[in-house]
Design a protein around this ligand. Structure first.
Ligand SMILES: NC(=O)c1ccc[n+]([C@@H]2O[C@H](COP(=O)([O-])OP(=O)(O)OC[C@H]3O[C@@H](n4cnc5c(N)ncnc54)[C@H](O)[C@@H]3O)[C@@H](O)[C@H]2O)c1
Ligand SMILES: O=c1ccn([C@@H]2O[C@H](COP(=O)(O)OP(=O)(O)O[C@H]3O[C@H](CO)[C@@H](O)[C@H](O)[C@H]3O)[C@@H](O)[C@H]2O)c(=O)[nH]1
Length: 325
């Protein structure tokens, strides 16, 4: 089996590539390195520095490689940034994704695992959130992902594409060799650990006026290695499928900071700042469907374990990945 992985130099993609290769699956990575790092790509994978915007080289690559399936991670993925620059989000996450689908149709590749997000649910009326819940995104990032989900359904109906949609909740943690290293890191756990490393004076708590137990926003953090395993599991499916991938447990921003203090032994000062535009107060997955249908269960996703693995990676890679590789 051979899988083409877009965005395989990024955080989740690179760890998924490592997992695929460990499972004996040949892997071809496509990434424009806008956010990803060449050094994050497993040396056993073939690597092509290519932008999905460029249709012709993408089609040629698909014709040469003839993958059995595609896993599509490549996207812009920051909620707050999408509130400032929706154009980039719709162009990259929707239009450039269509180039990938067209190349699949042209070369007869049917299966695509798509990295969707709990951001499609917007402000859910019921927690935990089931897959059949209403989808009303409150930021352009979530809207762009929902839009691509809908496009996938039409490509399934018209072209026989098999979309395997995974709506991840918050990916976090690291493998032994790979971790989270974004150029302007917006995510909570790595930012908290930057404080523990002395790279940042304090961590900002974005809003404490939400209707949650301590007033700070709640997320469902899932270990990136568990997420990688979900990709392998869903590849067995032959029919269009949609699953939440989370743990069913939610933690507030303050709980994350407190757990990081316990794990690192560092004081990690925090200060209050205004809420981030586009942020829902609470997102927690109902994961019955993926547990039942794919026999998938999170094995590494206890919050302290997630933070321990991330801490281990950040301590050994304080400057992240080397830029020159
Ligand atoms: N990290 C999370 O918590 C989370 C949660 C839900 C969904 N997701 C989705 O999972 C996927 C991976 O997220 P991540 O956190 O690893 O992000 P990331 O930014 O680390 O990885 C995305 C990768 O895609 C590449 N890329 C972007 N546009 C491209 C293009 N046009 N052509 C080629 N490569 C391109 C980037 O260089 C980067 O390496 C994204 O689709 C994201 O929306 C992530
Ligand atoms: O320094 C920080 C960073 C974040 N937060 C808050 O922490 C929570 C989690 O933020 P973050 O780690 O940035 O994740 P999300 O904004 O929830 O977004 C991630 O998780 C989404 C699903 O929730 C994915 O779709 C996105 O791709 C991914 O970036 C949010 O309430 C933030 O406001 C802070 O309080 N301080």
């Amino acid at each position: 089996m051979k899988i083409l992985v877009t965005g395989g130099a990024g955080y989740v993609g690179s760890i998924c590539v490592e997992h695929l290769l460990d499972s004996g699956i040949a892997t071809v990575v496509v990434d424009n390195l806008s956010e990803g790092h060449r050094a994050a790509v497993d040396e056993r994978a073939a690597f092509h520095c290519l932008d999905l915007r460029d249709r012709e080289p993408l089609l040629a690559l698909m014709q040469n490689e003839k993958p059995d399936a595609v896993i599509h991670f490549a996207a812009n993925a920051y909620v707050a940034e999408s509130m400032r620059d929706p154009s980039t989000y719709f162009r990259n996450n929707v239009s450039h994704g269509i180039h990938l689908l067209d190349a699949m149709v042209a070369t007869g590749v049917r299966k695509i695992v798509f990295s969707s997000t709990c951001a499609v649910y917007g402000l859910p009326l019921k927690i935990p959130i089931e897959e059949r819940s209403e989808t009303r995104p409150i930021n352009p990032y979530g809207e762009s992902k929902l839009c691509f989900e809908k496009i996938l359904r039409w490509y399934a109906e018209i072209h026989g594409i098999v979309p395997l949609i995974l709506r991840y909740f918050n990916a976090a943690g690291a493998s032994e060799r790979r971790g989270e290293d974004h150029r302007e890191e917006p995510h909570l756990i790595p930012r908290v650990l930057q404080v523990a490393l002395g790279q940042r004076k304090s961590v900002e708590v974005c809003g404490d006026g939400y209707a949650t137990s301590d007033g700070t926003a709640i997320r469902d953090y899932v270990h990136v290695r568990d997420l990688a395993a979900a990709h392998l599991a869903v590849l067995q499916r032959e029919q269009p499928s949609l699953y939440n991938v989370g743990t069913g447990e939610g933690y507030s921003v303050l709980q994350v900071i407190e757990t990081a203090r316990e794990v690192t032994g560092c004081p990690i000062p925090h200060k209050l700042c205004p809420p981030r535009p586009g942020d829902p107060p609470r997102l927690v997955a109902d994961v019955h469907k993926i547990r039942q249908e794919l026999s998938w269960a999170p094995a590494h996703s206890r919050l302290s374990k997630i933070i321990e693995s991330a801490w281990q990676w950040h301590r050994t890679h304080p400057a992240g990945y080397p830029e020159h590789f």
